[in-house]
Structure formats: structure tokens, C-alpha cells
Design a protein around this ligand. Structure first.
Ligand code: C5P
Length: 434
């Protein structure tokens, strides 16, 4: 679809500029060539060097650069593209576009072009709702600019609401839609006025009426009042899943171990420390329709927690005797029919033969699906922002591309919604354990 297409990406100066880097990668993966122009403020967020390394092309920043103009003038550059994408599109660049200003390279390209323009706004929620921005967006729609997003969500500034830039893969889908591919059902492209329906990006409320429980984060198993056993789980994936299920209308309880993340909006969040507390909190919340166990629960705890801080005695170091923790996933998967959720999803973090291990785990835990991910050294999955997963069900394996954790969450929520409503999407079978 995008093979051979020439995209001119205008990056303006918002915190979401870092997502433009991923967008470049996703577009190039699909065979598009990406030439970029950056505003001065975009350079405060990402460097022209990283943009140029990822795009494999020179980056245009300076309107008055003699060398740039000699190589490819701004008029030529703006006409050479098949599509111009502005991502992130800040309130400021939208205002300048709406006014027809041409006071830097980015806006000059946008004014000089005769090609379609797609904008992915990103800004603080109040800036988005400001009448001036809304007026500018309306003007730009009339001028023929298409919009994708902004999405609802937590902002870098801590506020919540519409203003988050659409995720890179959503922008890719919107770009493909410009070239005629139908958009995925849950996305709505805001077309230029008069062309197609003008609607905000909406997420289908297809999990309304369903109850879900999600576990997330690590557990802390106390050794004594000051020490504990823990692991490196950040909780990013579990929290994103809770948020994604809630965004589709489910009533979600998130049971989380200690993490450095805000509680997801619209989700009832229960904070626990040890595996046994997580176990009780989960059972307390039954019955639910959906259970997703993304927590990295400690397999063992110290058999007897010391009531006082263990002291160095000068003799041999103390020996810690371990006891096995309850397995929440197995217990809920195998609980009586009345309380068992209709769909139980477990995770498998593996460092080798990921799919084969996940298939074994599916049988041994008695759950319905396993999301298996590779956490071997160098993948950066633990604590990182992206994940490569395989959705293992009885008899099928779907290999998902490397996605950001919110994208994995959104895709899982979509698959869950499909499971309850059909139609079932076709699984992609893998040849052997990978
Ligand atoms: O057995 P393992 O720890 O690899 O299984 C991982 C899956 O089981 C994850 O979904 C995790 O949340 C869940 N689990 C659990 N309770 C435990 C151990 C793991 O719910 N005690």
C-alpha cells in the first residue's frame, strides 16, 4: 500500500515529537520514503540527526539555507511528496497553517504545497478545547486538511482528556486511508469538511456491560520490616491493558503491585504489595467476565517473615527459607464454573523458545489465552516502552509485530471485544516455536 509513496513529514515542537521517530520507522518498514522538515521548537524535543538517521534523508530545518535551497528548493520539496503529514501538529503550527503564515521552513512547505495534508494534533487538553484552536481546526478542515486524533488520555503535563497525539500505527492507518485503504473499524479519520463525515476519533464501546480484572506490576515479598524480594516489572503493560479495556467501556478493577505509575483514569485501582494480597484482592472481585494477569508475581516468598530487622551477627549469613506463593492465574482459571471468568488471559515472559513454552503454560495453567513475550537480554522489554508478543490460544498462534505497550494493550482489548462479539479474526499459524 505505501510502497514507493513519498511522505513529507513535518515535525513541530511538542513532547509527542519523539513518537514521530517511531512513525518514520513504521512508514519505512512499509516501503514509503520519508523526507522530514522540522520546526525550530521540534529540535528542542528530538534532534535533526536522529530524524535524518531514521529517515535516511536530509532534514529540512532552515528556510534560508543556501545549500538546502540549491539541492532542493522548498517549492520542489513540497510538490515532490505524495502526502504531507504534520505529526505532531501543535496548536501553534495549526494556527500558523490556518492563517497561511510562511515564517519558517515547515509552514512555507505547507503553504507552497498542492498535495493532500494530514495532521495529527498533539497538545494540552485546554489548548485543544480553546475556541481559537477549534476555530483553526475548522478552518483547516475547510481548506482540505484531514485530521487523525487527538486521542483521549493522560498527558505529559498530568492532565487528562483529548490532546494526546494518535499512536504511530493509527497515523500509519490514516496515511494508508489517504491512499484508499479502508481504516480499521475503531478509528475515524476526520476528513476535510464536505468530503466525508466529520467526527472525532472514537474508540468503540464494545465492552460496555463487561467486568474485567487486570493484575499489574511486581509483588514485594517481605524478608523483614525493611527488606524485600522483588522483580523488575514496571507495570506499564498491565496498566495500559486496564486503560484499554476501560476505554472500550468495560468496568475494570486493576490490582497492582508497587509501581511508579499513576492510576489509570476510569479504572478502580487496588494497591497491594505481596502475592498473597494480590490473590485475595482478585478473588474478592469475582465474578468478572474478563481476567488478564499481567503482573510479575513472585513465585516464592520468605517462609517466615522476620518481625524485626535481621542483624549481622558476625557468624554465617542468614539462610532464607522460601515458600511457594499461590498461583493466581492457575487458581482463577481452575476455580468453580460459577466464578470462573469467561475469558482468562495469562502472560508468559520467556527468554527462549517463547511460543513453545507459552503453549505448555496454557495447558498447565488452564487459562484460555497466553500473551507470550520475549524478555531475553537486549530486548529491553522489562521497564521498556515496547513489546513483541505472540497471542497463543488453543490451537493457534498470532505473531504480533513489535508494538508500543499501549498498542499491545489496544490490540488485546480489540481481540477481547471480538471474542465476545465475533467475528473471530483469522489466526496466523507459525511454523515452529520461535
Ligand atoms: O508461571 P509463570 O510465573 O511464568 O506464569 C506467568 C503468568 O502467571 C502471568 O500471567 C502471571 O501474572 C501469572 N502468575 C500468577 N500468580 C503467580 C505466578 C504467576 O497469577 N503466583
Amino acid at each position: 500500500m505505501l510502497k514507493g509513496k513519498r511522505i513529507l513529514l513535518v515535525i513541530s515542537g511538542g513532547i509527542a515529537a519523539y513518537k514521530a521517530l517511531e512513525l518514520i520507522r513504521r512508514l519505512r518498514e512499509r516501503g514509503a520514503s520519508v523526507r522530514c522538515a522540522m520546526t525550530k521548537s521540534a529540535e528542542q524535543f528530538v534532534t535533526a540527526l536522529s530524524v535524518s538517521s531514521l529517515s535516511g534523508e536530509k532534514v529540512s530545518t532552515d528556510l534560508f539555507s543556501l545549500t538546502d535551497e540549491a539541492e532542493m528548493g522548498h517549492i520542489e520539496l513540497s510538490r515532490d511528496a505524495d502526502l504531507i503529514v504534520v505529526a505532531p501538529a501543535t496548536a501553534n503550527i495549526l494556527a500558523r497553517m490556518a492563517q497561511g503564515l510562511a515564517d519558517d521552513m515547515a509552514t512555507t512547505l505547507l503553504l507552497a504545497t498542492d498535495k493532500p495534508v494530514l495532521a495529527a494534533p498533539a497538545m494540552n487538553v485546554r489548548m485543544w478545547y480553546h475556541p481559537a484552536t477549534q476555530r483553526n481546526v475548522e478552518q483547516l478542515k475547510k481548506d482540505g486538511v484531514a485530521f487523525i486524533g487527538p486521542n483521549d488520555g493522560e498527558m505529559a503535563c498530568g492532565e487528562y482528556g483529548p490532546g494526546r497525539m494518535a499512536e504511530p500505527l493509527e497515523i500509519v492507518a490514516a496515511i494508508e486511508a489517504q491512499f484508499g485503504k479502508p481504516l480499521p473499524k475503531h478509528l475515524t479519520l476526520v476528513e476535510p469538511a464536505g468530503k466525508r463525515a466529520v467526527e472525532a476519533l472514537q474508540i468503540a464501546q464494545d465492552l460496555k456491560g463487561k467486568r474485567a480484572i487486570v493484575t499489574s506490576g511486581p509483588t514485594y515479598e517481605a524478608i523483614d520490616p525493611v527488606r524485600y524480594i522483588a522483580n523488575r516489572s514496571s507495570g506499564k503493560q498491565g496498566h495500559a491493558i486496564a486503560a484499554a479495556l476501560a476505554a472500550r467501556g468495560a468496568e475494570v478493577t486493576l490490582v497492582t503491585g508497587p509501581v511508579n505509575l499513576p492510576d489509570p483514569p476510569g479504572v478502580k485501582t487496588v494497591h497491594v504489595e505481596a502475592a498473597r494480597d494480590m490473590f485475595s484482592a482478585c478473588f474478592l472481585d469475582l465474578p468478572v467476565d474478563i481476567a488478564v494477569f499481567a503482573a510479575a508475581v513472585a513465585d516464592w516468598r520468605v517462609a517466615v517473615e522476620a518481625s524485626q530487622k535481621i542483624k549481622k551477627t558476625g557468624d554465617l549469613p542468614p539462610v532464607l527459607k522460601l515458600a511457594e506463593n499461590p498461583d493466581i492465574l492457575r487458581a482463577i482459571s481452575t476455580t468453580d464454573k460459577k466464578r470462573r471468568p469467561a475469558l482468562v488471559v495469562g502472560f508468559a515472559a520467556e527468554t527462549e523458545t517463547v511460543v513453545a513454552h507459552a503453549q505448555k503454560k496454557l495447558a498447565s495453567k488452564g487459562c484460555d489465552w497466553i500473551l507470550a513475550n520475549d524478555v531475553s537480554e537486549g530486548t529491553g522489554t522489562f521497564g521498556g516502552d515496547s513489546n513483541t508478543v505472540h497471542l497463543v490460544t488453543q490451537g493457534s498462534v498470532e505473531n504480533w509485530p513489535r508494538l508500543s505497550k499501549p498498542e499491545v494493550a489496544a490490540r488485546l482489548a480489540e481481540r477481547i471485544a471480538q471474542h465476545f462479539s465475533g467475528p473471530k479474526s483469522k489466526p496466523v499459524l507459525v511454523k515452529k516455536g520461535s
